[in-house]
Design a protein around this ligand. Structure first.
Ligand SMILES: C[S@@+](CC[C@H](N)C(=O)[O-])C[C@H]1O[C@@H](n2cnc3c(N)ncnc32)[C@H](O)[C@@H]1O
Length: 237
C-alpha cells in the first residue's frame, strides 16, 4: 500500500483510501457527534475554518446542519483538497496550506476546527498557536483526537450507543489508535503553550478528546508588559 509521509515518524493512508474509510459508518457516526457539538456552539453566520480537513466531510456535514455558516477547509495535501473541492463544490473555500503557518491574517475566524489532524503535525504547539491566532477575540478553536487512554468499558459503551458490534469497535480502535491518537500527557503541554487563551481538555463521546481554546476578548498583553501563560480548565459554561 502506498502511504504518504507527513512527518518523520508518521505514515498516513493515501487520500483515496482515507476518503473511502472516512465515508464508512464509524466515521459518519463520529462526524455526527462533532457536528452536534459544533452546531450547538456556533453563532449565526459564523466564519469557520477546518484545518487538516482531508476530504472535507466535516465541513460538508456541518453545512447541511447549519447552512448559515461561512465554511472554509484547508489541508497540506493538494490531493485531499482537490478531492474535497470536487465532492463539495458548493463550499468553494478550499485551500492548500500548512496548519503550522496558516495563510490568514490574525483575528478573522469565529471558530477553527482540527479533527484527527493535530497528532500528525510536526510542531503541534505551533499549529495550535496558529488555530488561535486566526481567531477573533472571543473565538474558539476545537480539536478532536482519538483518546489513547479509552478503556475497554468506554469502547463497549460507544459500541452499544452506536449499535455497532464491540468485537469490531475494540480491535479497530486498538489498531487505529496505535499511531493516530493522543494521550493527555501529550495534549496538555501543547495547549499550555497557546498563550492568550483559556483552554479545556475533556474526554467526550467515549473515545475522543475534545480540546477547546477560547481566545481572550481583550489582547492578552499590552506593549511593555510580560505575556502571561494560558490557563487551563476554566472555560465558562
Ligand atoms: C486523518 S486525516 C483527517 C481529515 C479530517 N479532518 C477528518 O476528520 O476526516 C488528517 C489530515 O490532516 C492533514 N495534515 C497533515 N499534516 C498537516 C499540516 N501540517 N497542515 C495541514 N494539514 C495537515 C492530512 O493531509 C490529512 O488530510
Amino acid at each position: 500500500m502506498m502511504a504518504t509521509a507527513t512527518s518523520r515518524f508518521h505514515l498516513e493512508p493515501p487520500p483515496w483510501l482515507y476518503a473511502r474509510l472516512a465515508k464508512g459508518p464509524l466515521f459518519r457516526r463520529l462526524y455526527r457527534r462533532f457536528v452536534a457539538d459544533l452546531a450547538a456552539a456556533l453563532p449565526p453566520g459564523a466564519r469557520v475554518l477546518d484545518v487538516g480537513t482531508g476530504p472535507g466531510y466535516l465541513p460538508a456535514y456541518l453545512a447541511r446542519e447549519r447552512p448559515d455558516l461561512d465554511l472554509s477547509g484547508l489541508d497540506l495535501s493538494d490531493r485531499m483538497i482537490r478531492r474535497a473541492a470536487r465532492r463539495h463544490p458548493e463550499l468553494r473555500k478550499w485551500s492548500v496550506a500548512d496548519a503550522q503557518a496558516l495563510p490568514f491574517p490574525a483575528g478573522v475566524f469565529d471558530q477553527t476546527i482540527a479533527s484527527f489532524s493535530l497528532h500528525i503535525w510536526p510542531d503541534r504547539a505551533l499549529g495550535v498557536q496558529e488555530l488561535v491566532r486566526v481567531l477573533k477575540p472571543g473565538g474558539r478553536a476545537w480539536i478532536f483526537e482519538l483518546r489513547r487512554e479509552a478503556a475497554a468499558d468506554e469502547l463497549r459503551q460507544f459500541a452499544r450507543a452506536e449499535g455497532l458490534p464491540f468485537l469490531m469497535v475494540y480491535p479497530g480502535f486498538k489498531v487505529v489508535s496505535w499511531h493516530h491518537s493522543l494521550r493527555q500527557a501529550e495534549f496538555d503541554p501543547i495547549l499550555r503553550a497557546a498563550a492568550g487563551c483559556q483552554w479545556e481538555l475533556q474526554p467526550v463521546h467515549h473515545l475522543l478528546w475534545r480540546a477547546e481554546l477560547r481566545r481572550a476578548q481583550v489582547p492578552a498583553h499590552r506593549p511593555g508588559r510580560t505575556p502571561r501563560d494560558s490557563s487551563p480548565n476554566f472555560l465558562p459554561p
